[in-house]
Write a protein that binds this ligand. Structure first.
Ligand code: GLU
Ligand code: MG
Length: 469
């Protein structure tokens, strides 16, 4: 049931709050609910990701799906200013105890959850009570940026890599105890957790989630799964669903998982790398052009725009104080504001693919981001920055060849959250794209978390965030 259909709202469609749109959704939901009942689904968890990067949910019994699809489920606007520890801050336009929003499940993306019997998941859009998109709705922001790219004739294909650390469930409040002591990338880990990993692959498959690869990663107990490229809004949905699935399968195996930027201080962290490619009329613009390694002028300008905005983008892609414990050299986290062909220490790794497949495979990987990021905000902000680069016909700076740590000229990305927030505050590109209310709420959450951990050691930051994401 995971939809492949295009759920971008076209300007010619009625507003989501128009009577005919509500009626159509309600009617459609009845059919969806019947299909869910056939699969023994009793509840639908409607999820959204807040500005702190936490996935939150409201659930409805399947019999209420029609009502939820037509009118939405109540959701307080103050969720936009929740911090990682569930404390609330405030922002200029959004926050406080008053008001209501309507969380509307996307019927195209409802997916029965293979590891949670009786449950389905749907990503939610947040509308105001007037039936228009809430200005703070991160999913709507992603949708708007995809539409902005389409208006210029571009299609973007995106896919997230998800890294996580798996621990024994009993370690909930303590340092993690790993269920495998197998070495980095070790086959031993695949043996030790054979049933768990097989169940995971089965669950992805049952849910129609296309994953390309699953492998043991570097840090103790760490694994990674990479999702197939998709439309950016779908890629963000997939990133949420992949994590939900890993949580569900982990729970069934009496395991606990963490997507936090760092799980063990001083150790390699969990990245949330974003792969993307730019297309026009079915042609991959990252291949066959006159620019570096075959980039077309548009693709080069797009990537140059992203590189230009990278310090500001980190306020979205590396949104936690813990993100900066992770974002250090020599961990393949992409701590340098540079680019390079297959360079795993550059924030922007260009990938041409093997000879013979470059036409479809050439893409760029943004390595500096982690899974504390709200994936909707992230794809939207990256698109905004890239389109700005195209608008200004930017070109890439010289390529980083070799480890940027050995190049005295290589610029480090921000090393503290507040540095990224300062760049985010100055970024007119991101402010205009996000709109003032969303931009301001994001900045407020970042400042709130920076204040929360102002006096904390890296170990304390890691301990406080380890089981939050
Ligand atoms: N775990 C690394 C990170 O924090 C990434 C390793 C890799 O290149 O996949 O981003
Ligand atoms: Mg990895």
């Amino acid at each position: 049931m995971a939809g492949t259909s295009n759920s971008h709202r076209s300007p010619t469609l009625p507003a989501p709050g128009a009577a005919e749109a509500r009626a159509a959704r309600g009617l459609r939901a009845d059919g969806v609910a019947a299909a869910l009942r056939d699969r023994k689904v009793v509840g639908v968890a409607v999820g959204w990701v807040d500005n702190a990067g936490i996935t939150r949910a409201k659930a409805v019994p399947v019999g209420q799906l029609g009502e939820a699809a037509a009118w939405g489920v109540g959701a307080a606007p103050c969720f936009d200013v929740f911090l990682v520890n569930d404390a609330m801050t405030d922002s200029r336009w959004i926050g406080g105890p008053v008001g209501d929003l309507r969380l509307v499940p996307d019927l195209d993306r409802i997916t029965p959850l293979a590891a949670q019997s009786g449950w389905a998941w749907a990503p939610g859009d947040r509308l105001t009570q007037d039936g228009v998109p809430h200005p703070g709705c991160q999913r709507d922001f992603a949708r708007r940026m995809v539409a902005a790219a389409a208006e210029r004739g571009f299609e973007v294909r995106a896919g997230f890599e998800t890294e996580w650390v798996v621990a024994e469930a009993g370690s909930r409040h303590d340092e993690p105890v790993f269920p495998t002591e197998g070495p980095a990338y070790g086959m031993q880990r695949v043996v030790d957790l054979s049933d768990y990993l097989a169940d995971l692959l089965q669950a992805f498959d049952d849910q129609g989630l296309a994953v390309l690869q699953l492998h043991p990663e570097y840090a103790p107990g760490q694994f990674e799964v990479s999702s197939a490229a998709a439309d950016p809004l779908a890629a963000a949905d997939h990133s949420v669903l992949v994590r939900q699935t890993i949580r569900g399968v982990s729970a069934r195996h009496d395991l606990r998982c963490s997507f936090a930027p760092v799980v063990t201080a001083g150790m390699v962290g969990n990245g949330g790398h974003l792969h993307l490619s730019l297309w026009r009329d079915g042609v991959n613009l990252m291949h066959g052009g006159p620019g570096p390694h075959g980039l077309t002028a548009d693709a080069e300008a797009f990537l140059a725009g992203v590189l230009d905005a990278l310090p500001a983008l980190l306020a979205i892609g590396a949104p936690s104080v813990a993100s900066y414990v992770r974002l250090v050299p020599s961990q393949w986290a992409g701590a340098f504001r540079t680019w390079g062909l297959e360079n795993r220490e550059a924030a922007l790794r260009l990938i041409t693919g093997s000879r013979g497949e470059a036409e479809t495979r050439a893409n760029a990987e943004l390595k500096c981001f982690d899974a504390a990021a709200n994936p909707y905000l992230l794809v939207g902000a990256v698109l905004a920055a890239g389109l700005d680069g195209v608008g200004r016909s930017l070109t890439l700076p010289p390529e980083s060849v070799g480890d940027p740590a050995r190049d005295p000229a290589a610029e480090r990305l921000p090393q503290r959250l507040l540095e990224s927030v300062a760049a985010f505050d100055r970024s007119t590109v991101l402010r205009e794209a996000l709109g003032d209310p969303l931009h301001d709420a994001v900045a407020a959450v970042r400042r709130g978390e920076a204040a929360l951990f102002a006096a904390a050691t890296p170990e304390e930051v890691v301990a406080a965030t380890r089981w939050r994401y």
